[in-house]
Write a protein that binds this ligand. Structure first.
Ligand SMILES: NC(=O)c1ccc[n+]([C@@H]2O[C@H](COP(=O)([O-])OP(=O)(O)OC[C@H]3O[C@@H](n4cnc5c(N)ncnc54)[C@H](O)[C@@H]3O)[C@@H](O)[C@H]2O)c1
Length: 349
């Protein structure tokens, strides 16, 4: 699989020798792997096989609840204990939480140290590893304190996916479906039937990364086009947040999948896509994720969350919608009635 060259860094697809050479050429003072308790067990042995380097290891607990300032303090303390300085390097080995935490702590340690992203979940491979967004949660608000800074490189190796729990895999797959829907109809045709076949997945990940890269590089600061990546995320985030108060919180991708069906219906209501296209999208998504009937929240609970959405403009709730399968638009306003209809359309049998 070919390397994808972003403006400032390469995304390797298994070219470990080249990554090792790049690291050796920089003569870093110390190298620390930042892992969580699961990637330490499942992914660190693979990393040690692939890279012939002297590695220190910093391990944090796994889970979004640890993407916070306390964990950042712990990482900085460990960096000091290991003797890292600004000529050090971190290898962030894990899912989106490790990518965000590792990148953010490295970027602020001694005014900034290099870091390399080695994503080990499907979500972090196709989404979090491209675009340079880094953040931690603060006062229970997701990604409140953060910055945009590029890594020195990203390494994607599908070998890591072998130990990823299936529900985490399926959750990450939602972003691949989204990439097809917003940008590439031919790609949607390939991914709409759920693929977990090992041979296919590497090339599908490659295509997804290519789509995200193209969008992000056109609009690095999210002033325009990059907003299309939010398709499914406006309602999806609201439903994800509400699900945290239930016995069974949704995984991020499961909520986004629901949001994509709802926002596809909104696109249909606005005559941007045909009814057949909406039905095709709903059928494919429900086939993969099931119809999540227990998350039917009243519109009176959903609206307050939508009113706080970052993408709103002067209090108006804005969506990124489809204007065909494979094309999309951003900054589209919707009324409460349209939103209500869209939510109902997901649950209609
Ligand atoms: N920076 C960005 O652009 C960006 C984009 C999307 C999401 N994110 C962030 O990513 C986070 C979600 O990422 P995620 O879904 O990867 O979650 P995660 O990092 O919490 O990983 C999910 C679970 O899988 C485990 N795991 C990871 N790799 C494994 C492997 N290979 N084998 C076995 N277990 C493994 C982890 O320990 C964890 O328990 C959120 O915090 C979100 O805000 C960031």
């Amino acid at each position: 699989m070919e390397i994808i060259q972003c403006a400032a860094y390469p995304i390797f697809f298994g070219q470990w020798d080249q990554l090792e050479n790049q690291i050796k050429e920089k003569e870093y003072s110390r190298i620390a792997v930042i892992a969580d308790e699961n990637t330490e067990v499942h992914c660190l042995p693979i990393l040690r096989e692939r890279l012939d380097l002297d590695l220190n290891v910093i391990v944090i607990p796994s889970g979004e609840q640890y993407k916070n300032l306390d964990t950042a303090s712990y990482i900085w303390e460990r960096m000091l204990a290991i003797g890292m300085d600004r000529l050090g390097l971190t290898l962030n080995l894990g899912g989106g939480v490790i990518g965000d935490m590792g990148g953010w702590t490295a970027s602020s340690f001694m005014r900034g140290m290099d870091f390399i992203q080695i994503p080990t979940t499907l979500l972090s491979m196709v989404d979090a590893s491209v675009g340079g967004k880094l953040g931690i949660d603060f006062y229970r608000v997701k990604n409140m304190i953060g910055l945009i800074k590029d890594p020195q490189a990203v390494m994607i190796d599908h070998e890591f996916l072998k130990t990823l729990p299936e529900e985490e895999f399926r959750s990450g797959y939602a972003e691949m479906l989204k990439h097809g829907l917003i940008r590439d109809q031919a790609y949607w045709e390939k991914v709409k039937d759920y693929k977990i076949d090992d041979a296919d997945i590497f090339s599908l990940i490659h295509s997804s990364v290519g789509i995200k890269k193209e969008v992000v590089e056109t609009d690095p600061q999210e002033r325009g086009l990059r907003k299309v990546l939010n398709f499914g995320h406006t309602l999806g985030h609201a439903i994800e947040t509400l699900s945290f108060n239930t016995d069974k919180p949704l995984l991020h991708g499961e909520a986004i999948a629901m949001g994509m069906v709802m926002e596809a219906y909104m696109s249909y209501q606005k005559e941007m896509i045909s009814q057949e296209s909406f039905q095709e999208i709903k059928a494919a998504i429900v086939d993969i994720y099931g119809l999540q009937e227990m998350y039917r929240f009243p519109i009176s609970d959903i609206m307050p969350l939508l009113r706080k959405d970052k993408k709103n403009i002067r209090g108006r709730i804005m969506f990124s919608l489809l204007n065909g399968i494979g094309t999309s638009e951003f900054n589209i306003e919707a009324t409460e009635e349209e939103i209500n209809n869209a939510v109902a359309a997901y649950f209609d049998r």
